[in-house]
Design a protein around this ligand. Structure first.
Ligand code: FES
Length: 91
C-alpha cells in the first residue's frame, strides 16, 4: 500500500533560526529522490506559522509528519523518520 507523507514545518522566527528552511529544502530534495527509492506515494511539504503551542522557542524546531508532532527536531531526525517510513512502504 502506498502511503503519502506530509511534512509540516514550523516557520515561526525561532524555528527558522533553528534551521526550518534547511529542513524544508531537505524534504524537497527527497521528493526528487523518491523515484530512485522506489516510493510511489506523494511527499508533501507545508510550512505552518505555529505548529507548537508555546512560542518560547524551547521546543524549536517543530515539525509534524502526518500530523505527528516532533519537537526539538532537526533535518537529521526528520529525514531519518521520513526515510524509515519510505522504506517500510517500499518493502
Ligand atoms: S517555536 Fe515554532 S511553533 Fe513554537
Amino acid at each position: 500500500m502506498v502511503n503519502d507523507i506530509k511534512v509540516e514545518v514550523c516557520v515561526c522566527t525561532e524555528c527558522v533560526m533553528r534551521g526550518a528552511m534547511d529542513l524544508v529544502e531537505s524534504v524537497e530534495s527527497l521528493k526528487k529522490l523518491k523515484r530512485y527509492l522506489g516510493f510511489e506515494g506523494n511527499i508533501n511539504v507545508e510550512t505552518n506559522k505555529c505548529l507548537g503551542n508555546k512560542k518560547d522557542g524551547h521546543h524549536s524546531l517543530v515539525a509534524a509528519i502526518n500530523g505527528k508532532i516532533m519537537e526539538n527536531a532537526d533535518s537529521e531526525t526528520v529525514m531519518e523518520k521520513v526515510i524509515s517510513m519510505i522504506k517500510k512502504d517500499v518493502k
